[in-house]
Ligand binder design. Structure first.
Ligand code: MN
Length: 238
């Protein structure tokens, strides 16, 4: 049986929105994608947690900084209160009774906040800052990241220490949540990946592998690992 992989959505006008790349990547990796509308009741979030074998926290807009105890900076973008509430609630359930999570871009930021970390609300332009909001096709990698040897991410990406990734963010991880470690940095020191230290499959990436895998098959390994972990019950497939 293909494991059920929930994919969170954003909101656009009166509808839910998520690019089709996530579902395509899950399917290509052997999983069964399921799109998740925002629900409010705690028991409904618990039902999702029981039903799903794995979770993708998808990309999107900014998270309300109230969730990490800060006032908004002027550069803060659009926020969606229903989405913040739903995703943070779901992330906490997947962290507490662990099931595999792949958290992408905003998703990694949501995961870090849910686990007790903070964000940098806006990357100030200063000498040495890499361009993290690329103006190039979505699949096209525009900046390098350094991956820490010995991390799970390093193993999953075939032992490459430097890879090039796409980049669509103006925020970044601030204080790393307890129980997590950084596994990748951009050349300017911006955090590009996080993983849980305890061995649970709980991986965050700041780039968008779902837009890259058709041109770069190594990026599909992240989704294959999520699906494998979801089949095996919360273990990294090795
Ligand atoms: Mn970046």
């Amino acid at each position: 049986m293909q494991p059920l992989i929930g994919i969170t959505c954003g909101q656009e006008r009166d509808g839910y929105f998520v690019t089709y790349y996530y579902a395509q990547a899950v399917q290509a990796a052997g999983g069964m994608p399921v799109l998740l509308p925002f629900l409010e009741r705690e028991e409904d979030l618990e039902y999702y947690h029981r039903l799903l074998d794995g979770l993708i926290l998808s990309g999107g807009g900014d998270v309300d900084p109230i969730y990490f105890g800060e006032e908004p900076v002027p550069e803060l973008g659009e926020i969606c209160p229903e989405r913040d509430r739903f995703e943070l609630g779901l992330a906490k359930l997947f962290l507490t009774a662990p099931k595999p999570v792949l958290a992408i871009c905003r998703g990694m930021q949501v995961l870090n906040i849910a686990a007790g970390g903070t964000l940098c609300q806006h990357l100030e332009v200063k000498p040495g800052l890499v361009k993290h909001r690329q103006h190039a096709p979505k699949w096209y990698p525009t900046h390098d990241i350094e991956i820490s040897p010995g991390s799970k991410l390093f193993d999953l990406l075939g032992g490459c220490q430097t890879i090039r990734v796409n980049s669509f963010h103006h925020q970044a991880i601030g204080k790393v949540a307890p129980g997590f470690k950084v596994n990748a940095w951009a050349k300017d020191g911006v955090i590009e990946g996080l993983e849980r230290e305890n061995g649970d499959f709980c991986l965050g990436v700041q780039w968008h592998p779902e837009c890259m895998w058709e041109k770069d098959q190594s990026q599909l390994e992240l989704f294959k690992a999520l699906v494998a972990a979801s089949q095996r019950g919360n273990l990294y497939a090795r």
